[in-house]
Write a protein that binds this ligand. Sequence first.
Ligand SMILES: C[S@@+](CC[C@H](N)C(=O)[O-])C[C@H]1O[C@@H](n2cnc3c(N)ncnc32)[C@H](O)[C@@H]1O
Length: 240
Amino acid sequence: MGQDKERRKLLRDNIIHEIDREIAVANSRGLYGRVLRKHYQRVIRELRGTRVLDCGCGFGLLTSMCREAGFSVRPIDVDEVSIELAHEIHGIEAENTSLYDVQGEYDVALFFDVISHLSLDRTLDKLREIDARQVILSDSNLANLALRLYRSLHGHEEHAEWSRREIVEAFGQGGYSLRASWYYDVLGLPLGGGFLRRPLPFFEKRSDLVCRLDDGMTRLAAGTRLDRWAAFRYLLVFER
Ligand SMILES: C[S@@+](CC[C@H](N)C(=O)[O-])C[C@H]1O[C@@H](n2cnc3c(N)ncnc32)[C@H](O)[C@@H]1O
């Protein structure tokens, strides 16, 4: 298949999405990048082992931070535009390889906002093959009504909308135990715009304030157990 045709098919199947390069670069360097950095620092403390596969590395922030922390990371992605941006923003040479074609052995596999682009069965088969002892996975919290409303207004669809429960069950059947889990991002995504939207102008230059507010609101939501509805994301740490 020609490259253009292949890309069109990935877009049609919602395996990759159209990216506005200008917004992606600005947001990676701006408020949203800062919100993510804060969260990734916590994620990196969970890593067990040294060989890390960053599956669907996107623009490369997580790979970059894991490498800075001393881990050996192989970043892979199927989207050429994301690979180019990972190089432009973080100087990372990501490989244009699908998870399904990966060879080798890894201690940890990272899936940040990627599992809804994948088949759970094929993912678990591959994880067994590459012998990943730990899987850290983060995805959109579909129980958050604001997120669902945003998606339906913007016609944003994913390849597969796995719920958190479906993922936990599938990994359980695949031999993984859930070792840690938390909800996060109550304000960062809506105010920071993620990678697809521009941030709200008032907050753009006040990333300190947004990070503090996001921390406070996320803690409050967790304390009242409202996080499962109020947070835009959740994180799961599986081990076997
Ligand atoms: C929503 S982005 C998330 C990027 C990044 N991990 C992050 O958290 O910002 C999902 C990424 O998964 C990639 N992807 C989708 N299917 C894949 C596959 N089979 N193998 C590797 N990457 C894949 C897409 O190209 C896209 O860059």
